[in-house]
Design a protein around this ligand. Structure first.
Ligand SMILES: [Zn+2]
Length: 273
């Protein structure tokens, strides 16, 4: 299913990569009874969340935010290329891919089963802090899990390394400006996309479990690289989008993945646009 929203002159279309099976076990600082209540109950802690990607055209270029989960994560994922085609977009025609961070459900979809680029002609925009961490050598004693993610990320980025643009705050390409919001990953980035005086914010994984972390922003996840930093980033971004009333496009908020954050009962709530 494709749906869209407008920001200034831009029409932003949401494209699903599928549904990610995840678990409440990853929540570090909330009682299970409370988290179960917030998500409306689970099957033994398992729950399903959407993986949303966003596409718009500007100056004759097709820009896509995040690249989906790819062929080998879960059978309910990796649907982005076929959904793009169904929407009339050949993956080869994508000119620019903007990455919020290099985690498997956002970047594993860059390559096919043979390790070749699916988006053959795309340039990648990614924050320098995120790219340099994952593409660099391991530092000191890293847990095996981190080493494995780094190896996977290098594989995913490999066919693209000649066309990666390492971005920093203040830089802009096709209206896209990075807003560093680190913690979930070392250079996790929200992207502000301007169109005239309007803008929207693609906020990546500022919330991974939207039913919990929007109303309870202090809740962190076992795989946040730095939970305390992620918590502060989440508060800062929620405060910003609520104050500015800008549209949010979220990787894991209720499909189709865009809406507004409002203040409610001393915290925040999400309203689909
Ligand atoms: Zn994610």
């Amino acid at each position: 299913m494709t749906s869209s929203f407008r920001v200034g002159d831009l029409e932003i279309k949401g494209y699903s990569d599928g549904i990610l099976k995840t678990s409440l076990n990853m929540i570090l600082n909330m009682e299970r009874g409370q988290s179960e209540g917030l998500v409306g109950g689970t099957d033994n802690g398992w729950l399903f969340i959407p993986v949303n990607n966003f596409v718009f055209e500007r100056d004759g270029k097709i820009v896509m935010i995040d690249a989906g989960s790819g062929h080998d994560m879960q059978p309910t994922l990796g649907k982005l290329p076929e959904n793009l085609r169904a929407g009339g977009i050949d993956p080869k025609a994508v000119d620019v891919i903007v990455l919020t961070h290099i985690h498997p459900d956002h970047a594993n979809g860059l390559i096919d089963a043979d390790g070749a680029a699916i988006y053959r002609n795309a340039e990648i925009l990614v924050h320098a802090q995120e790219y340099d961490f994952w593409m660099g050598e391991e530092t000191g004693r890293e847990p095996d899990k981190l080493k494995a993610v780094r190896a996977r990320n290098k594989r995913n980025m490999k066919p693209y390394v000649e066309r990666v643009r390492r971005m920093r705050e203040g830089e802009e390409v096709l209206g896209c400006t990075p807003v560093l919001a680190a913690g979930h990953s070392p250079g996790h980035t929200c992207w502000r996309v301007m169109s005239g005086r309007d803008s929207f914010l693609a906020w990546g994984d500022i919330v991974h479990l939207s039913a919990i972390q929007i109303s309870h922003p202090d809740t962190t996840l076992s795989y946040d690289l730095d939970g305390e930093m992620a918590r502060k980033s989440r508060h800062r971004i929620l405060d910003m989008v609520a104050n500015e009333k800008i549209v949010v496009a979220g990787a894991h908020v209720n499909a189709p993945g865009f809406g507004h954050v409002v203040r409610k009962n001393g915290t925040y709530a999400f309203e689909n646009a």
